[in-house]
Design a protein around this ligand. Structure first.
Ligand code: AMP
Length: 175
């Protein structure tokens, strides 16, 4: 599994008990990075997709080259207050506190078929908030793609229970 073996685990980052799955070791490897984008491109080539939406910030690193490879547009889903034009936002709960994702309201045309991309799915809170804001702007979500799945955190299952298709390239046990 060349993709998984290139991902580094940092214990107790950013806080005790979290195993941080670090993709910088995958990205710096020219074969690993290329393979990651190619695997996703292979899965999505030929599907009816208008735009790739990448979630800040590691979703940009995966989503932008994927959009380029598929020959479709890219839109950034950003954290609060970063986008310069008029936005629509969605709040979501974190373990402690809350966060907010925002998208430019003119990023989506009605019925755009959108692929949502991030580096990792854990609880699925970030992805679900991103889906909600895209759908509120009229998008149809084709699928959600992640390099890494943390199945024990339940996000993959949660998105599927909401009726969304989920595609991941590798999985790690635990938190
Ligand atoms: P969640 O909303 O719980 O699915 O968390 C997903 C977001 O948090 C993604 O943008 C990830 O980059 C980041 N994230 C959550 N858990 C981890 C982890 N163990 N290692 C690296 N990134 C993580």
């Amino acid at each position: 599994m060349p993709i998984k073996t290139h991902i580094r685990t940092i214990e107790d980052h950013p806080k005790p008990g979290i195993q941080f799955r670090d993709i910088t070791t995958l990205l710096k490897d020219p074969v690993g990075f290329r393979l990651t984008i190619q695997e996703l491109e292979k899965h999505y080539r030929g599907l009816d997709i208008d735009k790739v939406a990448g979630i800040e910030s590691r979703g940009f690193i995966i989503g932008a080259p994927l959009a380029f490879a598929l020959g479709v547009g890219f839109i950034p889903i950003r954290k609060q207050g970063k986008l310069p034009a008029k936005t629509k936002g969605q709040d979501y709960d974190l373990e402690y506190g809350s966060d907010r994702v925002e998208v430019h309201i003119d990023a989506i045309e009605p019925n755009d078929k959108v692929l949502v991309v991030d580096d990792l799915i854990a609880t699925g809170g970030t992805a679900k908030a991103s889906i909600d804001v895209l759908e509120a702007l009229g998008a149809h979500i084709v699928e959600c793609a992640f390099v890494i799945d943390l199945p024990d955190l339940g996000g993959h299952k949660k998105l599927e229970e909401h009726g969304y298709k989920v595609h991941t390239l590798c999985a790690f046990e635990g938190h």
